[in-house]
Design a protein around this ligand. Structure first.
Ligand code: HEC
Ligand code: HEC
Ligand code: HEC
Length: 139
């Protein structure tokens, strides 16, 4: 009886440890989800992981107009020539990610969470599967 209890305890402990390990191991591996925009005009070249913009997450919270009219985001993945100087200056993501409306710019990894080498795209959009981007090497 005692042995079984001890075994159960060990199992429970192993489970908890596995869960924690999972948590901490998974975070740096975060990748884009369906519908996210991966922005990688400059990140890879600068040695940063590509930026991931969770579009649905933001669309649930703000009207399209806030970003696409008031803040001037063009409707095109990677089409806005965003960089950190502009963000810190309060443009683009920096209009909100300023520690006021949303957490601020020092949280590098929350935005730069893409898998290195992922090209600019709307993640898993059907277009990615159907069309070959202009200028892409032919297979
Ligand atoms: C709110 C989101 C966000 C945060 C936070 C953020 N970035 Fe960026 N960053 C971007 C986006 C979007 C781009 C444009 C990505 C591209 O086109 O490759 C970018 C581009 C860059 C680039 C390449 C262009 C340039 O400006 O040189 C570097 C380097 C960079 N970020 C470093 C950082 C570092 C270091 C931090 C933390 C101190 C950080 N970023 C925090 C969103 C963010
Ligand atoms: C919080 C800001 C924000 C809100 C709100 C928002 N968007 Fe966007 N949207 C973006 C950003 C950022 C991009 C990617 C631009 C880039 O990569 O430079 C984008 C990209 C797009 C694209 C282009 C995707 C592609 O295929 O290239 C479309 C279309 C779009 N948004 C439509 C909408 C619509 C419709 C709404 C409202 C229902 C909306 N957006 C709300 C920020 C926003
Ligand atoms: C109109 C305001 C606004 C703009 C513009 C904006 N964000 Fe956000 N973002 C928010 C808010 C608000 C949150 C939620 C913050 C919180 O939970 O404390 C958020 C959260 C996030 C998250 C975390 C999502 C999650 O699952 O918790 C990421 C990643 C992010 N933004 C990236 C970006 C990037 C990259 C850009 C620019 C391309 C950007 N945001 C532009 C307002 C904005």
């Amino acid at each position: 009886m005692k042995n079984i209890l001890r075994m159960r305890g060990a199992l429970a402990l192993a489970l908890v440890l596995a869960l924690f390990a999972g948590l901490f191991v998974d975070v740096p591996d975060a990748q884009a989800e369906y519908g996210d925009v991966v922005i990688n005009n400059y990140s890879d070249k600068a040695g940063m992981r590509p930026a991931v913009f969770p579009h649905w997450f933001h669309r649930m919270r703000f009207r399209c107009k806030v970003c696409h009219a008031d803040l001037g985001f063009k409707f095109k993945a990677g089409g806005n020539d965003i960089n950190m100087v502009k963000i810190i200056d309060g443009q683009f993501c920096g209009a909100c990610h300023n520690g006021d409306i949303a957490w601020s710019v020092e949280n590098c990894n929350l935005c730069h969470s893409g898998k290195p080498g992922t090209p600019t795209q709307v993640h898993e959009s059907t277009i990615q599967k159907l069309a070959q981007p202009a200028g892409a090497a032919k297979k």
